[in-house]
Design a protein around this ligand. Sequence first.
Ligand SMILES: Cc1ncc(COP(=O)(O)O)c(C=O)c1O
Length: 390
Amino acid sequence: MNLIPRLKPYINYKELLAAIVPSIGAVPKFERAFANKFGRERGTMFSHGRSALYSLLKVWKLTNVEVICPAYTCVVVPHAIHLSGNIPVFVDSSDNSFNMDLGKLENTIGPKTRAVVVTHLFGCPMDVVKIQEIIDKKEKEYGNKIYVIQDVAHSFGAKWEGKLVTKYGDAAFFGLNISKILTSVFGGIAIYNDNALEKKLKIFRKENMESSFFKGLKRLAYLFATFIAFYPPIYSFINWLERKGFLNSFTVYYNEEKIDMPSDWNTLPCALEARVGLAQLKKYDRIIELRQQAAAFYSNKLKEKEGIKFLDYPSGNTYSHFVGLVENRKQWLEKYAKKGIQLGILIEYSCPHMKAYKYRKSEDYPNSSNYSQHTINFPNWPGIQYQNIL
Ligand SMILES: Cc1ncc(COP(=O)(O)O)c(C=O)c1O
């Protein structure tokens, strides 16, 4: 029986062709086109989303200050904050959303807070208007600039009250690996309006990131391997390899006890990534339309189903994942696997509860802890025959 994968990039011969055919100036072209698509004037591409966050903190010259981020988020975010020489400070999720609780955010901002990472988890937009009000108030209270950074690694094009969340704050960053809504094979990008920030980021990148001779070839091989891996009969075998742990070097991205970055985190972006990104950008509107259709189908079908609960998903959600909360996650995964459907578990940890961050008090993050143990996500990638899933 063929297994329906939990995720699948929306790539075809166009991305393969883009990867192969050389062109001039692909990186700046991609940076500008990508920034404009998401409501900003400029962009700087990096080798990962976390490298973009790290670089922003560095060019703003933030050192040994508190940078707030969600407790329930991808652990690479506090890693980038810590490795930039700053202190990640966690805020718990709210009772009705996977995103940060705004009341707790307000109470957590203190005199040492100099930046807040606003993560729109699973594609779900936060109330960016309210967040800006909180920041303005706290800036006045403490007399400090507090940078607002939108983490849209999951939420390309998410809107709050009809306006792109990436239009708010000082900058936004995206991850562009193969599991994201749009991909450039690997990669990440920071987008913003500020001309001076543009200059600083480009200089920082030039001085601190290295060129890597084989990067283009490695990315090409990875793209072709991905293309083949998601073919239905092959995917079942890939899944077997994954379950046996043979693919750990590709799929396991963190170690409970270590704060680190991948070995290529500080390499320069390559033209192949930018060309693939440009091909993907053309498909953005279709990708979101299909994701939203899948989400509407699941919401409708699953709302009456016993044993699964959904939190608030406001409109403007671009559904990188369609996530529910279940009591016994293992049972759900096994039940669906028997039907040939792979459900996903995306963030199965709460950052402040991880050994690497045990210096933070873990009992203060009950929602993050709860969500980390009970979320599952349904395959909602563009092109999935979701009617066959439920
Ligand atoms: C919420 C969130 N923020 C940031 C990132 C960082 O992106 P990258 O893996 O490209 O560094 C991720 C990665 O998946 C993520 O899930």
